[in-house]
Design a protein around this ligand. Sequence first.
Ligand SMILES: [Zn+2]
Length: 495
Amino acid sequence: MYKKISARYVLGFDGTRHTLIEDGEVVFEGDSIVFVGRNYQGPVDEDRDYGQSLVMPGLIDLDALADIDHLILDSWPSPDVAAGHLWSDDYFANRRRDVFTPSERATVREFALAQLALHGITTYMPIGSEIHSSWAEGLDELVDVAEISRRIGLRGYLGPAYRSGVHVITAAGDREVHFDEDKGLAGLRDAERFMDYAAGRTDPLVTGVLLPCRIETLSEDLMRETARIARERDALVRLHCLQSPLEDEFLQRSAGRGVLELLGSTGLFSTRLLIPHGVVINAKDPASSAPGGPLDLLARHGVSIVHCPLTSFRYQKQLVSFDRFREAGINLCLGTDSFPPDLVRGMDLGMHLTRMAEGRPDAGALADYFDAATLGGARALGRADLGRLSPGMQADITVVSLGSFGDGVIEDPLRTLVLNGTARQVTDTFVAGRPVVAGGVLPGIDLDALRAEAQRLFAKMRAAYSERDAQLREPDVLFPPTYPRADIADPIAVP
Ligand SMILES: [Zn+2]
């Protein structure tokens, strides 16, 4: 069955780079693209013209929020409540629990994956929050995620997150990582079993990967075992590190070595490694690119940096800079990491932060950012058939409308999208040739009902912060409203 889609703009791939085709056409059969260009003459069974739209490769999000967002709660704490967002050591030792039931957790996942799809993401590697779980993610939970992902039709690189340590605030108010090694190793066993499950499904849209939690929550043994299994199975590893100077401090205490040393000594550098976020490296410091410096090490080991501009920014961090990492030969890909999973806004912010970091208006080129969201992601995954529209490639396609009055004027369609718009202009997507988003909705999912249920679960999640706080403070104290809430029993008097 040959499907032809056409639009005012098509972003094709000429073998070397993305290239803009005006009044272009893409034809695919099954999961593969057979034609990109103009004046296609071959067979067509289904034909669709998207008009004033941009047809582009599907976006690849390698740190994709697969949860209800917590950034909206915890990215702006005042010093007196910041500690209350973590687990108290009493909660860790005596009262740890799952905030959600397995079926509620599945609803949360459906909500999050639906969000990814509606924001034009076609391939993703999930990130959940462990804060509202009794430890981390388990096998059953990820099997549920995989089934939801398959039902929606996204291409997922999945695995349960595991860790042997948790950040806690002690009664004295100190931040520490408390370890339970058995839980870490059990988590890794679940991760292996999930990889077996994924291999057994033989669904090209589900691939098992190793997704340990933040590096300072892993014991040295857990890192070493992760590296061994990754090499044995040729599996991808994504490891959050180089995102906070605290990591080195904690790791010196638990393992007697810092992040970069441990990546080398445990064998993680010799795996297919993805690292979100890299923001502790200052690439403007000449020492960072000197032989043996962090940029040199990352480049030499073929590490991909998952750059999440919007989330880093909201936690007061930025990559310094995207251009210098690129110039050092490091593969850059993008992630959203928190809500909204909007890589268009991410690219916009990232470009402008790069310009500021470099002090030049031509730094942080949009083409480089768009490459990261497509080709860079594909490269990190080792998939030369993703992230580009040309014959023989996977038909992973995102259609963005540029047809609304509010879009303003079109100069260059990508510039108009990124400077004037958001990923919510996505109207349609295809993954492996199958429609996922159609006309701005997800066929088969009642988005209103799903949103109402997610709102209920969010309230539950927000309330549960109180029981983890060492001082057991009320949610409205931990997360004060922007303005005080008016008491409706006592109407506001207008003088
Ligand atoms: Zn992250």
